[in-house]
Design a protein around this ligand. Structure first.
Ligand SMILES: [Zn+2]
Length: 442
């Protein structure tokens, strides 16, 4: 009789625990998708982190099952189930007007407390039969919710990009290039005999993730966040790199980082350069939970290790100069991780580091011009632009600049980036107003 009772309790606990573990896993889908999307962790590392995490969740639930009296254990597991469910749907809940974008400590404590009370109310009154049905419905709805962007991307028309044929072109996207820095880039190109025409254009968003989809001809996505291994979503829709098509006759070559460019089709060649990861995948995964805690911000889990970023910048630059474009021609779109901080100067503050990265950016732009002219002659064209200006508010919280200082003069042109055209066959630089649809405009 007693063994039967234990067996019954155990299987009941297992049913509960597997639902909670599944929901916990689904709540981490954004983390998994982000890692796959940006290429920051290997697939093995992602699997390892998830396995350790699931083991930990199940282990944490054992004391609840063993130590608490049956009724209390049941209530606790139900409350946990409802709370985790709300957490799965959090990306949508946080876009509601009543929840502001960056929550304060008091708001977060209120939210967590409110969730627990709501969960207790919702969970306590249901009969076992009704509860079981609700568990199934919750898991089903959660899976559908996570898979929805991928399903949506499957049924939307692919985005086809077709360039006007005007000879060999390089579009060099220097990540995080301030409007004020355009002159320095232009001067370096001029030293190599180019005649750059420069103007300032509006950045259509504040960050790489919000700008690049629109840069490539996608919708305006001010709230864009990763929602599948190849797509970003926001309330206005989904932009999926695997649905991006280039006309093979354009001979489009891409070298880039941060976005899954190589998922696009019709490319002549593509090389993705992975962002270096300086933390273990398990710490990274655990940190992704920390965002809901009071005093923590979403970008607290963004790590920039100065030394590995230096190697990363050089790797990206070398990869660009090894692109088959330099033999075959066509179009090269190169998204380079500089002058993007951090920098590599010992003990330097943000301003000095950024200045140093700018030198690399200017030198690279000049080299691209020199090489393109040598290889393709008068036909060669170069566009240098950026996704968004420097974001001091992000880097001032960076470990290095907390120590070395973050004294930086804010850009006089907030929200603007340079747009530089070099080459004879350009239509009119003055037509460009912002960094949306850069390829289509030329
Ligand atoms: Zn960027």
């Amino acid at each position: 009789m007693k063994i039967l009772k234990i067996h019954h309790r155990l299987s009941h606990w297992l049913a509960h625990a597997s639902v909670i573990a599944t929901l916990m896993l689904l709540s981490r889908s954004h983390w998994v998708f982000s890692k796959l999307y940006h290429g920051g962790q290997s697939v093995e590392n992602i699997c390892l982190a998830i396995a350790v995490f699931l083991g930990f969740v199940l282990l944490m639930l054992v004391p609840v099952a063993i130590l608490l009296p049956i009724r209390m254990a049941e209530t606790a597991l139900r409350i946990l189930t409802v709370s985790v469910t709300l957490y799965v749907f959090w990306p949508t809940i946080r876009t509601l007007p009543i929840v502001s974008q960056e929550l304060g400590a008091a708001q977060k404590i209120g939210l967590i407390g409110g969730t627990l009370i709501l969960a207790a109310l919702a969970a306590a009154k249901l009969t076992p039969e009704l509860w079981r049905r609700m568990q199934k419905a919750i898991v089903f709805a959660a899976i559908l919710y996570i898979a929805f962007p991928m399903l949506l991307a499957r049924v939307t028309d692919p985005l086809v990009l077709q360039m006007p044929r005007q000879g060999p072109l390089v579009v060099l996207l220097l990540d995080e290039l301030n409007a004020d820095a355009g002159e320095q880039i232009a001067a370096a190109i001029a030293l190599e005999g180019g005649e750059p025409r420069t103007r300032l254009i509006q950045a259509v968003g504040p960050s790489t993730i919000t700008v690049i989809p629109e840069f490539l001809g996608g919708p305006h996505m001010p709230q864009a966040r990763v929602c599948s291994p190849t797509a970003v979503c926001d309330t206005s829709g989904v932009f999926d790199f695997s649905r991006l098509r280039f006309d093979p006759t354009d001979r489009m070559h891409i070298v880039g980082f941060f976005h899954p460019y190589c998922s696009a089709s019709g490319l002549a060649s593509c090389a993705g350069v992975s962002i270096p990861s300086s933390v273990s995948p398990i710490i990274d995964l655990l940190c992704s939970f920390g965002r809901i805690l009071p005093g923590k911000k979403a970008d607290d889990c963004v790590w920039f290790d100065a030394r590995s970023w230096q190697a990363f910048r050089m790797r990206a630059r070398d990869t660009m100069f090894l692109s088959p474009f330099w033999q075959e021609g066509g179009i090269l779109y190169a998204h380079m991780p500089f002058p993007h901080p951090p920098g590599n100067l010992q003990g330097a503050g943000l301003a000095a580091d950024y200045g140093d990265n700018l030198k690399l950016a200017a030198n690279t732009a000049a080299q691209v011009w020199k090489r393109g002219r040598a290889r393709f002659g008068d036909d060669f064209r170069l566009i240098v632009t950026s996704d968004h200006p420097l974001r001091p508010e992000l880097y001032c919280r960076h470990e290095k600049y907390l120590e070395t200082g973050c004294n930086i003069t804010p850009s006089a042109f907030e929200g603007f980036v340079p747009y530089i055209e070099v080459g004879q066959r350009f239509s009119d630089v003055l037509k460009i107003e912002d960094n949306a649809n850069i390829f289509k405009k030329n």
